[in-house]
Design a binder for this molecule. Structure first.
Ligand SMILES: C[S@@+](CC[C@H](N)C(=O)[O-])C[C@H]1O[C@@H](n2cnc3c(N)ncnc32)[C@H](O)[C@@H]1O
Length: 268
């Protein structure tokens, strides 16, 4: 079987984007619904995305009239985000900068902030996660909304979890598989591995393929641990929870009944 080359999949933004961009319009619809449902009446549309990656959501929101700011620690992701066409005469250019979620300089005044796809779990310490929430709060106006989505951890799970996505765009086909090993309850960490199989058309009738493998760790949360974290940041109150269906009409309890949770926080 062909070998996988060690890589950081975020150093390959184009491949990442081929897989995850197709969901962008629906996720942006949901974010706009959240802003309308829980934000202040008459709030402006200035949005912040910590760990914005390829900028897919910020560009979509900018096309819809939002003033968009984002940051990421990966320069290649940022470069890709900067090169993304806005494709709308009304879209304002994005403001993008390099920073870490746990230590970024707050950037007020924002009305709305979001962080989907369990990205928040990349912050490996409780102190870092609380610092992140405080910095987001400091970026928001009063009654501003922060919405973030994560997979909650079931510490009793004994088996590896396996998720596969595929994407096709302009002669590139990417099959992306992420495995998550059972969490360590004591260290609050879980081990993940992503494997990407990429087939890229380079000329009429000829193609090249890559196999990339990335490994990393995330911090784990069950519902109680996540509630305890939020309680450390009194600047925020929880106003609602949804799930990864990203449907404004589907709310859920803040408990462990389902693994996917999208938490909506409002700045007091
Ligand atoms: C799953 S991707 C999500 C990207 C984007 N938010 C999206 O929805 O497509 C995770 C992103 O988090 C970035 N990242 C990971 N740890 C980070 C940290 N501590 N601070 C800032 N960015 C980080 C990675 O470089 C990557 O772009």
């Amino acid at each position: 079987m062909p070998r996988f080359e060690n890589a950081d999949w975020y150093d390959h933004p184009r491949y990442y984007d081929v897989v995850f961009d197709p969901d962008t319009p629906l996720e942006a619809d949901f974010l706009e619904d959240v802003h309308a449902a829980y934000g202040r009446t008459g709030a402006q549309r200035r949005v912040l995305e910590p760990a914005c990656g390829t900028g897919r959501l910020l560009v979509e929101l900018s096309r819809r009239g939002w003033t968009a700011t984002g940051f990421d620690l990966n320069e290649r992701m940022l470069e890709y985000a900067r090169s993304r066409p806005l494709r709308s005469p009304n879209a304002k250019p994005l403001r993008l900068f390099a920073a870490r979620m746990e230590s970024f300089e707050p950037c007020p005044p924002c009305d709305f902030a979001f962080c989907l796809l369990s990205t928040f779990k990349y912050i490996l310490t409780g102190r870092g996660a609380a610092a992140h929430l405080r910095r987001v709060a400091a970026s928001l106006v009063r009654s501003g909304i922060y919405v973030f989505g994560i997979h909650l951890t079931d510490y009793s799970r004994r088996f590896q979890d396996h998720e596969r996505w595929t994407g096709d765009r302009a002669g590139i086909r990417v099959v992306s598989t992420t495995d998550t090993w059972p969490a360590n309850r004591r260290t609050r960490t879980e081990r993940l591995r992503n494997r990407m199989i990429v087939r890229e058309q380079i000329a009429m009738g000829s193609a090249r393929s890559h196999r990339l493998e990335s490994k990393w760790m995330c911090r784990t949360y069950d519902a109680k641990q996540l509630r305890a974290l939020i309680a450390r940041v009194p600047e925020f109150e929880v106003v609602a929870c949804h799930d990864f269906n990203h449907d404004i009409h589907l709310t859920r309890e803040f408990d462990d009944a389902k693994e996917d949770i999208v938490v909506v926080l409002r700045k007091r």
